[in-house]
Design a protein around this ligand. Structure first.
Ligand code: CUA
Length: 151
């Protein structure tokens, strides 16, 4: 009967999706060591340091930017540091895979949900640097950008 066929199909789809999820967890585990630090993507807002995103001075000439990426935006969306600063970006995604590229530098990284990405860059030249998402992440992808002002 039709209902039974649909039942079989939906149970089949359910099992398949469980297998795929299991495989993804396994594949993530094989990720390179820099991507090993993990975080629950559902609880980013409650998990330190991401419960308090922003720009923090860690020592003389050094800053840490704690940043979350989510569809359409970077948080914080305004970053300002003095010229010559060494800036470490500590990042995670709250939803899908995003890219993190800083125009005019070699910085180019993937930021994945469930993982903490750290990138350090020294900004010698004053100016406004464009930060872009370079992984297609949905309808808002083209609008996903922010800036870092070095002065
Ligand atoms: Cu985020 Cu494209």
């Amino acid at each position: 009967r039709a209902e039974e066929i649909w039942l079989v199909i939906s149970v089949g789809v359910l099992i398949l999706s469980m297998v795929v999820t299991g495989y993804q967890a396994f594949a993530m585990d094989m990720a390179p060591p820099s991507h090993k630090e993990t975080i629950d993507p559902q609880k980013v807002d409650e998990t330190a340091p991401f419960d308090n995103p922003g720009v923090f001075q860690t020592e003389e000439g050094k800053y840490e930017v704690v940043m979350t990426l989510q569809i359409f935006s970077f948080t914080p969306n305004k970053i300002e540091v003095p010229a010559g600063s060494e800036v470490t970006f500590t990042m995670t995604s709250k939803d899908v895979v995003h890219g993190f590229q800083i125009a005019g530098t070699n910085v180019n990284a993937m930021v994945m949900p469930g993982h903490i990405q750290k990138i350090t860059q020294t900004f010698e030249e004053p100016g406004e640097y464009l930060i872009l998402c370079n992984e297609y992440c949905g309808a808002g992808h083209q609008m996903m950008s922010t800036t870092i002002t070095v002065k």
